[in-house]
Design a protein around this ligand. Structure first.
Ligand code: F6P
Length: 474
């Protein structure tokens, strides 16, 4: 309904690194897979309602087999009613643009998590070239002089300026999903002026929180050259409010306890993350170990189920983290485990959306302990899954979600003693208090869905478009 009010003239283009659909070759034939998450749901709804095109990197094993010569996915392979245009990146392009510049340099630069950005001229040159390829695809897909272009994230920071150079009247709505860095941190990035010019060529530049906006404004104010015309605003991203299943909790308990062999009576703490050094997984494990050490009666009564999806493994800090997490989990299990009881259940094998929802429903507390996080949608998904009004959210002060979810138990994840105490407080919280806190957080998430996020961004873009006459007319 929110999106139906908009009229983008059927010329709307989403551009992102990851695609909303990938195709894999399996022994049973080609299967399409849709990554979990609200962003795809919301932007597909925008495209389905308005008509348009999504441009993204094609990385599935059967992606080429499902496309025509120009990279358009053949209609019978695409459930949505929009065009999906895939871009084929070479291994060298992925290494320079995605692993090198986006995740080796920008990601650690933007997250305060103790990993040094790797600043290599060759990676920047590759990033620029690949951004140009995405921008060229946008121009090729545009059906008018004034398309609405939705640019996603830090992989594509130069795309707004590159599109603007070819389509001066385009309505370019860029969303930066990760924390925006402090001016003094950004000052370490040798190509910051070009990066900022790229972003500020947008019509609207969206960030997650008021804090990100303040940092963006400071960085903009510090630029020597004219800063470009982008309207900058905070648009906290969210999830699609799921179908509510109040009776699903008991079934989820049974499934999760069977699947991960959790004995009856053992209470469950939960972590769900990508295996990423920004997520505070090591700190969480240390705090859990401290909790068991300081509360010996709890050994045998509470376990931590840590779901950690591996990724970005071409980069050394990710491989190191994977090793550290496994070693730490093993050490805790040897120290506090016993026959029939493993304190840490580490699951790195991937879990589908239904499996993750089961975990949310089966746990007593969800621990979101990011060292820094743009938003963190796990926090919102957990709250949305608890129609039974039970469960406690322990939430890092450094996650964007903490600005909205005021009834979570706030923690500084670097303070291991305080984190251990928060685990104790979560496990001891009376059901009445759990219910009151959960109800308040659920009201916030139900109201501020990802559809509202998309609608606000598009409405602001439409308003900006209406306010500025087309160059052809002017
Ligand atoms: O947080 C930024 C982000 O791009 C998210 O939108 C997404 O969940 C994640 O990083 C994906 O990382 P990758 O595409 O590298 O697996």
């Amino acid at each position: 309904r929110l999106l139906a009010r908009l009229d983008c003239g059927e010329d709307i283009i989403v551009v992102s690194n990851r695609a909303p659909w990938i195709h894999r070759a399996t022994p049973d034939g080609i299967v399409g897979e849709r990554p979990a998450g609200g962003l795809v749901t919301a932007l597909e709804a925008v495209l389905a309602g308005q008509g348009g095109c999504w441009i993204a990197h094609g990385s599935g094993s059967a992606d080429r087999a499902t496309c025509d010569a120009r990279g358009h996915v053949l209609a019978h392979h695409l459930p949505g009613s929009y065009r999906l245009r895939r871009l084929w990146l070479s291994d060298a392009e992925v290494a320079g643009y995605y692993d090198g510049l986006a995740n080796g340099a920008l990601w650690p630069l933007c997250h305060r998590a103790g990993v040094e950005p790797r600043l290599r001229e060759a990676d920047w040159a590759c990033y620029r070239r690949v951004n140009q390829r995405f921008a060229d695809a946008v121009v090729a897909e545009a059906r008018s002089e004034r398309p609405v272009v939705l640019v996603q994230d830090y992989h594509l920071a130069l795309v707004p300026a590159m599109v603007r150079a070819r389509l001066p009247d385009a309505v370019i709505l860029t969303f930066w999903h990760i924390p925006f860095p402090e001016a003094r941190t950004l000052a370490r990035f040798p190509w910051r002026a070009e990066l900022m010019r790229g972003l500020l060529a947008s019509t609207v530049l969206g960030v997650q929180t008021a804090g990100d906006l303040a940092r963006l404004d400071a960085a903009r104010a510090g630029m020597n050259e004219p800063p470009g015309g982008a309207v900058a605003r905070a648009y906290p991203i969210s999830i699609a409010w799921p179908v509510q299943e109040p009776d699903a909790v008991a079934a989820a308990h049974t499934r999760i306890r069977n699947r991960f062999k959790v004995a009856p009576g053992v209470r469950l703490l939960l972590g769900v993350d990508r295996m990423d050094y920004t997520k505070g997984i090591v700190e969480r494990l240390r705090a859990f170990a401290l909790f068991l050490q300081q509360n010996p009666d709890q050994a045998g009564r509470v376990a931590l189920l840590q779901v950690a999806a591996p990724g970005r493994t071409a980069l050394a800090p990710y491989r190191r983290l994977d090793r550290t997490v496994r070693v730490l989990a093993g050490r805790i299990n040897r120290r506090f485990g016993r026959a029939g009881y493993l304190p840490v259940l580490l699951h790195t094998g991937g879990l589908d959306a239904a499996g993750v929802a089961d975990c949310y429903r089966a746990c007593d507390a969800c621990l979101v302990t990011s060292l820094q996080d743009g938003m963190n949608l796990v926090a919102k998904e957990f709250v949305a899954a608890r129609a039974d009004l039970r469960g406690v959210l322990v939430l890092s002060r450094w996650a964007g979600a903490s600005a909205e979810l005021a009834q979570a138990l706030p923690v500084d994840p670097r303070d291991i003693a305080a984190l251990s105490e928060a685990i104790g407080a979560a496990l001891a919280m009376p059901p009445g208090e759990q219910g009151a806190r959960m109800a308040a957080m659920r009201a916030v998430v139900r109201e501020h869905t990802v559809f509202r996020w998309a609608a606000r961004l598009l409405e602001d873009g439409m308003a900006a478009q209406a306010a500025v006459p087309a160059t052809a007319v002017a």
